[in-house]
Design a protein around this ligand. Structure first.
Ligand SMILES: [Zn+2]
Length: 392
């Protein structure tokens, strides 16, 4: 019984011992596997690195071949362009910058003087000369004390000389020219007091003192006095078309037409001419702009404001008159090489206003417009504009 028990115990111990041996064996196997895994892991990593290196080398070789083939397809100049260093040289400057006195925007051949914009009387009247003392014998003047801007008078001498050459006529009579503030006040008062004229006539034809174009010395009224001493109305003069064309070709415009009276606020005055200079008289006549419209048109072009013209204006648009008299628009990027350029500059709030002048200009003038800006006229090349038929 005891022996059995002991045997049972022995068996039991033996089995326990066997269990212990198994545990030892299991631990050794596990260590062996870990060693095995770390060795194979290193091998895998090494293989991966080798594999990636081989793939990368292959791709690099392939990429190089593609680039080489692409470059081979380009011609020499294209390759040069692709690999040339970036050109940092700025584009050549086409314009010089000058500065003008901002206060001069009330002076010049293109100033607007109308019911809205009064004339800024200068401190001196040095620019005015006596007509009678300085005229030729190709025309007459009503009063010996009439004055006109000196340059305008010399142009008027040319106009009447040409009229005499073409027609043999010496019939132009200057019946009004420069008017001081007191002159205009006197004219205004006398028309207002005369029952034959009165308030309506004054409203239609006579400018308020200070707002008359005659203050500028750039305007005059004419009459036609025939060889027999009789007078005809300007509109009835048989050579009016010739006279008008000659006036326009020398820089004058007929300032007040019925068709524009809603803008000028002055009725038709076929006797009143105003000097604006060339090429402005040509453009205004050809495009049928009165001075108010013309100044506004140039301003709108320069400021890129859409106008009712057939051109797309962008900021900095200028008017161009070519040698054939064709009128178009251009910008700094499409600067022409001949003819005239005309453009607007807004008056600065500072003492000086900066004005850009093309380096290619042969000559230029800057005139105020008396409405907050300047108008620049650039001569790129000497041009004789075609004659315009001014009347239908
Ligand atoms: Zn007048």
């Amino acid at each position: 019984m005891d022996r059995n028990k002991r045997d049972n115990n022995s068996q039991k111990d033996y089995s326990q011992m066997r269990f212990g041996q198994n545990d030892v064996l299991k631990g050794a196997a596990s260590r062996y596997r870990r060693r095995k895994i770390s060795r194979s892991g290193i091998a895998v990593i090494l293989c991966s690195v080798l594999f990636i290196a081989v793939i990368a080398a292959s791709l690099w070789h392939l990429g190089t071949r593609i680039v080489d083939e692409a470059a081979a397809k380009l011609n020499y100049e294209e390759v040069e362009t692709l690999f040339a260093p970036e050109d940092k040289t700025p584009p050549p400057e086409l314009f010089d910058k000058i500065s003008v006195d901002s206060s001069a925007s009330v002076k010049g051949d293109l100033i607007l003087v109308n019911y809205q914009y009064p004339y800024a009387f200068p401190e001196t009247e040095d620019h005015l000369v006596n007509i009678y003392d300085n005229k030729t014998d190709n025309y007459g003047v009503s009063y010996s004390n009439y004055l006109l801007d000196g340059h305008v008078l010399s142009v008027l001498n040319s106009v009447t000389g040409e009229l005499f050459e073409v027609t043999g006529d010496k019939c132009v009579l200057i019946r009004s020219a420069y008017r001081s503030l007191a002159d205009q006040q006197s004219i205004y008062d006398s028309y207002l007091a005369d029952p034959n004229y009165g308030e309506q006539y004054v409203n239609d034809y006579v400018a308020t003192p200070g707002y008359s174009e005659h203050h500028t010395g750039l305007a005059f009224d004419i009459n036609i006095r025939l060889a027999d001493g009789s007078y005809v109305l300007v509109r009835d003069y048989e050579n009016l078309n010739t006279l008008s064309s000659i006036l326009v070709s020398h820089g004058f415009v007929q300032r007040y037409e019925d068709a524009k009276s809603n803008i000028t606020k002055i009725k038709n005055e076929p006797w009143h001419y105003r000097y604006v200079g060339i090429p402005h008289s040509y453009v205004m006549t050809k495009e049928h702009y009165c001075l108010e419209e013309y100044v506004e048109y140039l301003r709108a072009l320069w400021e890129g404001v859409n106008t009712d013209s057939d051109v797309d204006a962008e900021v900095g648009t200028m008017l161009h008159v070519d040698a054939a008299g064709e009128i178009s628009t251009c910008t700094e990027d499409t600067l022409p090489s001949e003819g005239y350029l005309i453009y607007y500059v807004k008056k600065s709030d500072e003492v000086k206003t900066e004005v850009k002048i093309p380096k290619s200009a042969k000559s230029y003038t800057v005139s105020g417009d008396n409405a907050g800006g300047f108008i620049v006229t650039v001569t790129l090349s000497e041009v004789t504009l075609p004659e315009l038929k001014t009347l239908p």
